[in-house]
Design a protein around this ligand. Structure first.
Ligand code: S3P
Length: 432
Protein backbone atom coordinates (compact mmCIF):
# COMPACT_ATOMS: atom_id res chain seq x y z
CA UNK A 1 0.00 0.00 0.00
CA UNK A 2 1.20 3.54 -0.61
CA UNK A 3 2.42 5.70 2.25
CA UNK A 4 0.36 8.77 1.39
CA UNK A 5 -1.75 10.69 3.83
CA UNK A 6 -4.91 8.65 4.21
CA UNK A 7 -8.29 9.24 2.65
CA UNK A 8 -10.48 9.95 5.63
CA UNK A 9 -14.09 11.03 5.93
CA UNK A 10 -17.69 10.45 4.98
CA UNK A 11 -19.07 11.35 1.57
CA UNK A 12 -22.42 11.22 -0.19
CA UNK A 13 -21.64 9.29 -3.37
CA UNK A 14 -23.56 10.22 -6.55
CA UNK A 15 -27.00 8.61 -6.78
CA UNK A 16 -27.55 5.59 -8.95
CA UNK A 17 -27.51 6.39 -12.66
CA UNK A 18 -29.27 3.26 -13.90
CA UNK A 19 -32.09 3.59 -11.38
CA UNK A 20 -32.53 7.32 -12.04
CA UNK A 21 -32.87 6.76 -15.80
CA UNK A 22 -35.50 4.09 -15.16
CA UNK A 23 -37.37 6.07 -12.52
CA UNK A 24 -37.70 9.05 -14.90
CA UNK A 25 -38.94 6.94 -17.82
CA UNK A 26 -41.37 4.88 -15.73
CA UNK A 27 -42.66 8.05 -14.04
CA UNK A 28 -43.25 9.54 -17.49
CA UNK A 29 -45.23 6.45 -18.49
CA UNK A 30 -47.22 6.48 -15.24
CA UNK A 31 -50.43 8.38 -14.75
CA UNK A 32 -50.22 10.92 -11.93
CA UNK A 33 -47.43 12.32 -9.85
CA UNK A 34 -44.16 10.56 -9.03
CA UNK A 35 -41.75 11.81 -6.40
CA UNK A 36 -38.15 10.63 -6.84
CA UNK A 37 -36.01 11.25 -3.79
CA UNK A 38 -32.26 11.59 -4.24
CA UNK A 39 -32.16 11.26 -8.05
CA UNK A 40 -28.89 11.58 -9.95
CA UNK A 41 -28.80 14.97 -11.64
CA UNK A 42 -25.90 14.52 -14.04
CA UNK A 43 -25.26 14.95 -17.77
CA UNK A 44 -26.53 11.45 -18.62
CA UNK A 45 -29.74 11.57 -16.62
CA UNK A 46 -30.43 15.11 -17.89
CA UNK A 47 -30.67 13.50 -21.34
CA UNK A 48 -33.48 11.29 -20.05
CA UNK A 49 -35.19 14.26 -18.39
CA UNK A 50 -35.08 16.15 -21.70
CA UNK A 51 -36.33 13.08 -23.57
CA UNK A 52 -39.49 12.80 -21.47
CA UNK A 53 -39.98 16.58 -21.54
CA UNK A 54 -40.00 16.31 -25.33
CA UNK A 55 -42.90 13.90 -24.92
CA UNK A 56 -44.76 16.66 -23.07
CA UNK A 57 -44.08 15.51 -19.50
CA UNK A 58 -43.47 17.93 -16.67
CA UNK A 59 -40.26 17.35 -14.69
CA UNK A 60 -39.17 19.61 -11.84
CA UNK A 61 -36.21 19.30 -9.55
CA UNK A 62 -35.79 22.67 -7.88
CA UNK A 63 -34.07 21.07 -4.95
CA UNK A 64 -31.66 18.60 -6.46
CA UNK A 65 -32.65 16.01 -3.85
CA UNK A 66 -36.28 15.72 -5.01
CA UNK A 67 -37.60 15.33 -8.54
CA UNK A 68 -41.32 15.57 -9.31
CA UNK A 69 -42.72 14.14 -12.52
CA UNK A 70 -46.35 14.61 -13.50
CA UNK A 71 -47.74 12.69 -16.44
CA UNK A 72 -51.12 11.95 -18.03
CA UNK A 73 -49.87 8.37 -18.60
CA UNK A 74 -48.47 6.58 -21.62
CA UNK A 75 -51.83 6.16 -23.42
CA UNK A 76 -52.43 9.92 -23.36
CA UNK A 77 -48.81 10.64 -24.33
CA UNK A 78 -49.17 8.36 -27.33
CA UNK A 79 -52.17 10.42 -28.50
CA UNK A 80 -50.47 13.73 -27.76
CA UNK A 81 -47.35 13.01 -29.81
CA UNK A 82 -48.67 10.79 -32.60
CA UNK A 83 -48.47 12.40 -36.00
CA UNK A 84 -45.39 14.43 -35.02
CA UNK A 85 -41.98 13.20 -35.99
CA UNK A 86 -39.73 13.84 -33.01
CA UNK A 87 -36.00 14.50 -33.09
CA UNK A 88 -33.84 13.59 -30.11
CA UNK A 89 -30.16 14.20 -29.41
CA UNK A 90 -29.15 11.95 -26.52
CA UNK A 91 -25.60 13.29 -26.14
CA UNK A 92 -23.36 10.66 -24.53
CA UNK A 93 -26.08 8.55 -22.93
CA UNK A 94 -26.30 4.96 -24.13
CA UNK A 95 -28.89 4.11 -21.50
CA UNK A 96 -31.23 6.95 -22.54
CA UNK A 97 -30.85 5.93 -26.17
CA UNK A 98 -31.46 2.20 -25.87
CA UNK A 99 -34.32 2.60 -23.39
CA UNK A 100 -36.03 5.32 -25.41
CA UNK A 101 -35.72 3.35 -28.66
CA UNK A 102 -37.70 0.58 -26.94
CA UNK A 103 -40.34 2.90 -25.56
CA UNK A 104 -40.77 4.85 -28.82
CA UNK A 105 -40.99 1.65 -30.90
CA UNK A 106 -43.50 0.32 -28.35
CA UNK A 107 -45.85 3.28 -28.71
CA UNK A 108 -45.30 3.45 -32.48
CA UNK A 109 -43.78 6.91 -32.40
CA UNK A 110 -41.66 7.95 -35.35
CA UNK A 111 -38.46 9.66 -34.34
CA UNK A 112 -34.93 10.55 -35.39
CA UNK A 113 -32.24 9.88 -32.78
CA UNK A 114 -28.71 11.28 -32.77
CA UNK A 115 -25.91 11.48 -30.20
CA UNK A 116 -22.36 12.72 -29.66
CA UNK A 117 -19.26 11.21 -31.30
CA UNK A 118 -18.80 8.52 -28.65
CA UNK A 119 -22.47 7.48 -28.66
CA UNK A 120 -22.47 7.43 -32.47
CA UNK A 121 -19.78 4.73 -32.38
CA UNK A 122 -21.75 2.44 -30.05
CA UNK A 123 -23.89 -0.45 -31.30
CA UNK A 124 -27.62 0.18 -31.44
CA UNK A 125 -28.34 -2.88 -33.59
CA UNK A 126 -28.52 -4.95 -30.39
CA UNK A 127 -31.92 -3.36 -29.68
CA UNK A 128 -32.92 -2.48 -33.24
CA UNK A 129 -32.66 -6.06 -34.61
CA UNK A 130 -34.78 -7.40 -31.78
CA UNK A 131 -37.46 -4.72 -32.13
CA UNK A 132 -37.53 -5.34 -35.89
CA UNK A 133 -38.29 -9.00 -35.17
CA UNK A 134 -41.54 -7.73 -33.64
CA UNK A 135 -42.46 -5.58 -36.63
CA UNK A 136 -40.67 -2.29 -35.97
CA UNK A 137 -39.05 -0.51 -38.88
CA UNK A 138 -35.89 1.30 -37.83
CA UNK A 139 -33.19 2.65 -40.12
CA UNK A 140 -29.69 2.93 -38.70
CA UNK A 141 -26.30 4.00 -39.94
CA UNK A 142 -24.61 0.57 -40.04
CA UNK A 143 -26.26 -0.44 -36.78
CA UNK A 144 -25.36 2.85 -35.11
CA UNK A 145 -26.73 6.38 -34.74
CA UNK A 146 -28.19 8.38 -36.33
CA UNK A 147 -31.28 6.23 -36.53
CA UNK A 148 -34.86 6.73 -37.59
CA UNK A 149 -37.84 4.90 -36.14
CA UNK A 150 -40.31 4.62 -39.01
CA UNK A 151 -42.77 2.19 -37.56
CA UNK A 152 -43.41 0.74 -34.11
CA UNK A 153 -43.70 -2.91 -33.13
CA UNK A 154 -46.73 -4.85 -34.32
CA UNK A 155 -46.19 -8.27 -32.65
CA UNK A 156 -48.66 -9.78 -30.19
CA UNK A 157 -46.02 -10.60 -27.58
CA UNK A 158 -42.32 -10.18 -26.94
CA UNK A 159 -40.48 -13.38 -26.09
CA UNK A 160 -36.70 -13.26 -26.02
CA UNK A 161 -33.77 -15.20 -24.66
CA UNK A 162 -31.04 -12.57 -24.18
CA UNK A 163 -27.97 -13.35 -26.28
CA UNK A 164 -25.74 -10.60 -24.89
CA UNK A 165 -25.45 -9.61 -21.22
CA UNK A 166 -27.17 -6.22 -21.53
CA UNK A 167 -29.67 -4.76 -19.10
CA UNK A 168 -30.27 -1.97 -21.57
CA UNK A 169 -31.46 -4.46 -24.17
CA UNK A 170 -33.61 -6.24 -21.58
CA UNK A 171 -35.18 -2.97 -20.43
CA UNK A 172 -35.68 -1.71 -23.97
CA UNK A 173 -37.78 -4.81 -24.71
CA UNK A 174 -39.78 -4.45 -21.50
CA UNK A 175 -40.56 -0.80 -22.28
CA UNK A 176 -41.53 -1.72 -25.85
CA UNK A 177 -43.96 -4.35 -24.54
CA UNK A 178 -45.42 -2.02 -21.92
CA UNK A 179 -45.82 0.73 -24.52
CA UNK A 180 -47.58 -1.63 -26.92
CA UNK A 181 -49.68 -3.28 -24.18
CA UNK A 182 -48.47 -6.76 -25.05
CA UNK A 183 -47.01 -9.46 -22.78
CA UNK A 184 -43.25 -9.64 -22.37
CA UNK A 185 -41.30 -12.79 -21.52
CA UNK A 186 -37.54 -12.47 -21.23
CA UNK A 187 -34.97 -15.06 -20.22
CA UNK A 188 -31.88 -13.41 -18.78
CA UNK A 189 -29.41 -16.21 -18.17
CA UNK A 190 -26.68 -13.65 -17.46
CA UNK A 191 -28.42 -12.06 -14.47
CA UNK A 192 -27.90 -8.48 -15.70
CA UNK A 193 -28.90 -5.57 -13.48
CA UNK A 194 -32.54 -5.96 -12.50
CA UNK A 195 -33.59 -2.41 -11.57
CA UNK A 196 -36.41 -2.24 -14.11
CA UNK A 197 -38.10 -5.42 -12.92
CA UNK A 198 -37.53 -4.35 -9.29
CA UNK A 199 -39.01 -0.90 -9.86
CA UNK A 200 -42.03 -1.77 -12.01
CA UNK A 201 -44.16 -3.19 -9.15
CA UNK A 202 -43.78 0.15 -7.30
CA UNK A 203 -45.50 1.73 -10.32
CA UNK A 204 -48.29 -0.87 -10.10
CA UNK A 205 -47.03 -3.28 -12.77
CA UNK A 206 -47.40 -7.00 -12.27
CA UNK A 207 -43.99 -8.64 -12.79
CA UNK A 208 -43.47 -12.38 -12.34
CA UNK A 209 -39.91 -13.56 -11.92
CA UNK A 210 -38.86 -17.16 -11.77
CA UNK A 211 -35.19 -18.08 -11.95
CA UNK A 212 -33.92 -16.33 -15.09
CA UNK A 213 -37.41 -15.64 -16.52
CA UNK A 214 -39.19 -12.28 -16.30
CA UNK A 215 -42.83 -12.18 -17.33
CA UNK A 216 -44.94 -9.02 -17.60
CA UNK A 217 -48.55 -9.70 -18.63
CA UNK A 218 -50.37 -7.53 -21.20
CA UNK A 219 -52.43 -4.40 -20.43
CA UNK A 220 -50.47 -3.13 -17.46
CA UNK A 221 -50.97 0.47 -16.48
CA UNK A 222 -48.47 2.43 -14.46
CA UNK A 223 -49.46 4.90 -11.74
CA UNK A 224 -47.45 7.61 -10.03
CA UNK A 225 -45.49 6.64 -6.93
CA UNK A 226 -42.76 7.69 -4.53
CA UNK A 227 -39.29 6.16 -4.47
CA UNK A 228 -35.78 6.80 -3.22
CA UNK A 229 -32.62 6.26 -5.25
CA UNK A 230 -29.58 4.93 -3.35
CA UNK A 231 -25.93 5.80 -3.96
CA UNK A 232 -24.48 4.32 -7.15
CA UNK A 233 -22.49 1.12 -6.60
CA UNK A 234 -20.37 1.92 -9.68
CA UNK A 235 -19.44 5.38 -8.36
CA UNK A 236 -18.84 3.92 -4.89
CA UNK A 237 -16.39 1.41 -6.39
CA UNK A 238 -13.83 4.19 -6.96
CA UNK A 239 -13.76 4.79 -3.20
CA UNK A 240 -13.74 1.08 -2.38
CA UNK A 241 -10.49 0.79 -4.31
CA UNK A 242 -9.03 4.16 -3.24
CA UNK A 243 -9.66 3.43 0.47
CA UNK A 244 -8.25 -0.07 0.05
CA UNK A 245 -5.02 1.08 -1.59
CA UNK A 246 -4.11 4.37 0.08
CA UNK A 247 -2.54 3.82 3.52
CA UNK A 248 -4.17 5.22 6.69
CA UNK A 249 -7.58 5.47 5.02
CA UNK A 250 -11.05 5.12 6.43
CA UNK A 251 -13.96 6.14 4.21
CA UNK A 252 -17.65 5.94 5.07
CA UNK A 253 -20.23 5.81 2.29
CA UNK A 254 -23.92 5.94 3.24
CA UNK A 255 -26.93 4.38 1.52
CA UNK A 256 -25.14 2.64 -1.31
CA UNK A 257 -26.93 0.13 -3.53
CA UNK A 258 -25.98 -3.42 -2.58
CA UNK A 259 -28.26 -4.98 -5.19
CA UNK A 260 -26.56 -8.34 -5.94
CA UNK A 261 -26.71 -7.65 -9.70
CA UNK A 262 -24.48 -4.61 -9.06
CA UNK A 263 -22.27 -5.57 -6.15
CA UNK A 264 -19.73 -7.83 -7.87
CA UNK A 265 -16.92 -5.37 -7.18
CA UNK A 266 -17.58 -5.56 -3.44
CA UNK A 267 -17.27 -9.32 -3.52
CA UNK A 268 -14.17 -9.40 -5.69
CA UNK A 269 -12.39 -6.83 -3.53
CA UNK A 270 -13.35 -8.65 -0.34
CA UNK A 271 -11.98 -11.89 -1.70
CA UNK A 272 -8.74 -10.09 -2.62
CA UNK A 273 -8.40 -9.09 1.03
CA UNK A 274 -10.01 -5.62 1.14
CA UNK A 275 -11.26 -4.41 4.52
CA UNK A 276 -14.87 -3.49 3.68
CA UNK A 277 -17.67 -3.49 6.23
CA UNK A 278 -21.36 -3.36 5.25
CA UNK A 279 -23.96 -2.32 7.82
CA UNK A 280 -27.39 -0.71 8.32
CA UNK A 281 -29.10 -2.45 5.42
CA UNK A 282 -32.48 -0.97 4.32
CA UNK A 283 -34.84 -1.50 1.39
CA UNK A 284 -36.88 0.81 -0.83
CA UNK A 285 -38.88 0.02 -3.98
CA UNK A 286 -37.41 -3.48 -4.23
CA UNK A 287 -33.81 -2.33 -3.85
CA UNK A 288 -31.38 -2.96 -0.98
CA UNK A 289 -28.93 -0.35 0.23
CA UNK A 290 -26.48 -0.11 3.10
CA UNK A 291 -23.64 1.87 4.63
CA UNK A 292 -20.12 0.85 3.66
CA UNK A 293 -16.88 1.51 5.55
CA UNK A 294 -13.58 0.92 3.73
CA UNK A 295 -10.22 0.80 5.49
CA UNK A 296 -6.76 0.34 3.99
CA UNK A 297 -6.16 -3.34 3.26
CA UNK A 298 -3.26 -5.05 5.04
CA UNK A 299 -2.57 -7.13 1.96
CA UNK A 300 -4.24 -7.67 -1.41
CA UNK A 301 -4.04 -10.91 -3.37
CA UNK A 302 -4.59 -11.50 -7.07
CA UNK A 303 -7.84 -13.04 -8.26
CA UNK A 304 -9.62 -14.06 -11.45
CA UNK A 305 -12.99 -12.71 -12.50
CA UNK A 306 -15.14 -15.34 -14.15
CA UNK A 307 -17.93 -15.18 -16.71
CA UNK A 308 -20.71 -15.57 -14.15
CA UNK A 309 -19.48 -12.56 -12.14
CA UNK A 310 -18.96 -10.20 -15.06
CA UNK A 311 -22.46 -8.65 -15.48
CA UNK A 312 -22.50 -7.55 -11.82
CA UNK A 313 -19.27 -5.58 -12.16
CA UNK A 314 -18.85 -4.71 -15.84
CA UNK A 315 -18.70 -0.93 -15.18
CA UNK A 316 -16.25 -1.47 -12.30
CA UNK A 317 -13.63 -3.42 -14.26
CA UNK A 318 -11.49 -0.28 -14.89
CA UNK A 319 -11.08 0.48 -11.19
CA UNK A 320 -10.80 -3.20 -10.21
CA UNK A 321 -7.91 -3.41 -12.71
CA UNK A 322 -6.05 -0.86 -10.58
CA UNK A 323 -6.65 -2.97 -7.43
CA UNK A 324 -5.34 -6.01 -9.33
CA UNK A 325 -2.23 -4.07 -10.33
CA UNK A 326 -1.51 -3.44 -6.64
CA UNK A 327 -2.25 -7.04 -5.56
CA UNK A 328 0.24 -9.87 -5.12
CA UNK A 329 0.23 -12.30 -8.02
CA UNK A 330 -1.36 -12.57 -11.45
CA UNK A 331 -5.03 -11.69 -11.98
CA UNK A 332 -7.07 -12.53 -15.06
CA UNK A 333 -10.13 -10.70 -16.33
CA UNK A 334 -11.93 -12.68 -19.03
CA UNK A 335 -15.38 -12.55 -20.72
CA UNK A 336 -15.23 -8.75 -20.66
CA UNK A 337 -15.49 -8.08 -24.41
CA UNK A 338 -18.48 -5.79 -23.72
CA UNK A 339 -15.89 -3.29 -22.42
CA UNK A 340 -14.98 -2.62 -26.03
CA UNK A 341 -18.36 -0.97 -26.70
CA UNK A 342 -18.70 1.25 -23.61
CA UNK A 343 -18.20 5.05 -23.57
CA UNK A 344 -14.67 4.28 -24.79
CA UNK A 345 -13.08 1.00 -25.76
CA UNK A 346 -12.24 0.29 -22.13
CA UNK A 347 -9.91 -2.62 -22.84
CA UNK A 348 -7.77 -0.14 -24.71
CA UNK A 349 -8.29 2.91 -22.46
CA UNK A 350 -7.70 1.04 -19.16
CA UNK A 351 -4.51 -0.54 -20.54
CA UNK A 352 -3.28 2.79 -21.87
CA UNK A 353 -4.03 4.54 -18.57
CA UNK A 354 -2.45 2.01 -16.23
CA UNK A 355 0.56 1.44 -18.45
CA UNK A 356 1.17 5.19 -18.64
CA UNK A 357 1.49 5.12 -14.83
CA UNK A 358 4.17 2.44 -15.18
CA UNK A 359 2.04 -0.64 -14.76
CA UNK A 360 2.49 -3.48 -17.21
CA UNK A 361 -0.93 -4.84 -17.90
CA UNK A 362 -1.67 -6.94 -20.94
CA UNK A 363 -4.79 -6.33 -22.97
CA UNK A 364 -6.47 -9.47 -24.34
CA UNK A 365 -9.39 -9.83 -26.71
CA UNK A 366 -11.85 -10.29 -23.83
CA UNK A 367 -10.05 -8.72 -20.87
CA UNK A 368 -6.67 -8.32 -19.20
CA UNK A 369 -3.79 -10.18 -17.60
CA UNK A 370 -2.48 -8.12 -14.69
CA UNK A 371 0.47 -8.92 -12.49
CA UNK A 372 1.36 -7.02 -9.37
CA UNK A 373 2.23 -5.32 -7.22
CA UNK A 374 3.73 -2.37 -9.07
CA UNK A 375 5.18 0.94 -8.07
CA UNK A 376 3.28 3.56 -10.03
CA UNK A 377 4.39 7.04 -11.11
CA UNK A 378 2.36 9.94 -12.46
CA UNK A 379 3.04 10.11 -16.22
CA UNK A 380 4.93 13.15 -17.45
CA UNK A 381 2.35 13.69 -20.17
CA UNK A 382 -1.27 13.40 -19.11
CA UNK A 383 -3.11 10.57 -20.88
CA UNK A 384 -6.45 11.11 -22.51
CA UNK A 385 -9.62 10.14 -20.66
CA UNK A 386 -11.18 9.46 -24.09
CA UNK A 387 -14.13 11.55 -22.84
CA UNK A 388 -15.05 8.58 -20.70
CA UNK A 389 -16.16 9.41 -17.15
CA UNK A 390 -14.98 6.13 -15.65
CA UNK A 391 -11.54 6.46 -17.25
CA UNK A 392 -11.19 10.02 -15.90
CA UNK A 393 -12.02 8.80 -12.38
CA UNK A 394 -9.69 5.81 -12.75
CA UNK A 395 -6.87 8.22 -13.62
CA UNK A 396 -7.50 10.39 -10.56
CA UNK A 397 -7.59 7.42 -8.18
CA UNK A 398 -4.46 5.94 -9.81
CA UNK A 399 -2.68 9.26 -9.24
CA UNK A 400 -3.48 8.97 -5.52
CA UNK A 401 -1.86 5.55 -5.41
CA UNK A 402 1.44 6.65 -7.02
CA UNK A 403 4.62 7.08 -5.03
CA UNK A 404 4.04 10.86 -5.00
CA UNK A 405 0.32 10.44 -4.24
CA UNK A 406 -0.56 13.53 -6.20
CA UNK A 407 -3.59 15.62 -5.33
CA UNK A 408 -2.96 18.12 -8.10
CA UNK A 409 -6.23 17.46 -9.83
CA UNK A 410 -6.98 18.94 -13.20
CA UNK A 411 -10.70 18.61 -13.50
CA UNK A 412 -12.06 16.50 -16.31
CA UNK A 413 -15.43 17.42 -17.72
CA UNK A 414 -16.36 13.81 -18.43
CA UNK A 415 -17.02 13.06 -14.74
CA UNK A 416 -20.21 15.14 -15.10
CA UNK A 417 -21.75 12.18 -16.95
CA UNK A 418 -22.27 10.13 -13.78
CA UNK A 419 -20.60 11.85 -10.82
CA UNK A 420 -20.69 15.66 -10.99
CA UNK A 421 -19.37 16.12 -7.43
CA UNK A 422 -16.47 13.67 -7.87
CA UNK A 423 -13.75 16.32 -7.42
CA UNK A 424 -15.43 17.82 -4.35
CA UNK A 425 -15.58 14.37 -2.78
CA UNK A 426 -11.95 13.76 -3.68
CA UNK A 427 -11.01 17.06 -2.04
CA UNK A 428 -13.05 16.27 1.03
CA UNK A 429 -11.30 12.91 1.52
CA UNK A 430 -7.78 14.16 0.77
CA UNK A 431 -8.31 17.33 2.83
CA UNK A 432 -6.67 19.11 -0.12
C1 S3P B 1 -26.76 -0.03 -17.86
C2 S3P B 1 -26.38 -1.29 -18.28
C3 S3P B 1 -25.00 -1.63 -18.65
C4 S3P B 1 -24.01 -0.64 -18.06
C5 S3P B 1 -24.42 0.78 -18.31
C6 S3P B 1 -25.78 1.05 -17.68
C7 S3P B 1 -28.17 0.22 -17.57
O1 S3P B 1 -24.85 -1.58 -20.04
O2 S3P B 1 -22.71 -0.88 -18.59
O3 S3P B 1 -23.46 1.66 -17.75
O4 S3P B 1 -28.50 1.22 -16.93
O5 S3P B 1 -28.99 -0.61 -17.96
P1 S3P B 1 -25.35 -2.78 -20.97
O6 S3P B 1 -26.81 -2.90 -20.85
O7 S3P B 1 -24.92 -2.40 -22.35
O8 S3P B 1 -24.66 -3.98 -20.47
Amino acid sequence: MTENQGLVGEIQVASDKSMTHRAIILAAMARGKTIINNPLIAADTKQTIRAVQQLGISVTHEQSSVMIIVSPGIVAIKKMVSGNSLTFDFGNSGTTTRLMIGLLAGIGQSAVITGDDSLSKRPMDRVVTLLEKYGAKIETHEGKLPLTIKQGITGKEIREDLQIPSAQVKTSLMLAGLGANIPVIIYDKFGTRNHTENMLPTFGVNVNQQASMIYIPENQSLHGTKLTIPGDASSAAFWLVAGTLVSNSQITLRNISINPTRSGALQVLQRMGADILISNQTNDAGEAFADIVIKTAKQLNATDINEREMPALIDEVPIIALAMRQANGISHVTHAEELRVKESNRIMSVTETLNSFGAKIRANQDGFTISGPASLKVPVKKVSDHDDHRIAMLQEITALVTSDGTTDFKKRDSVKISYPQFYEDLKELTHA
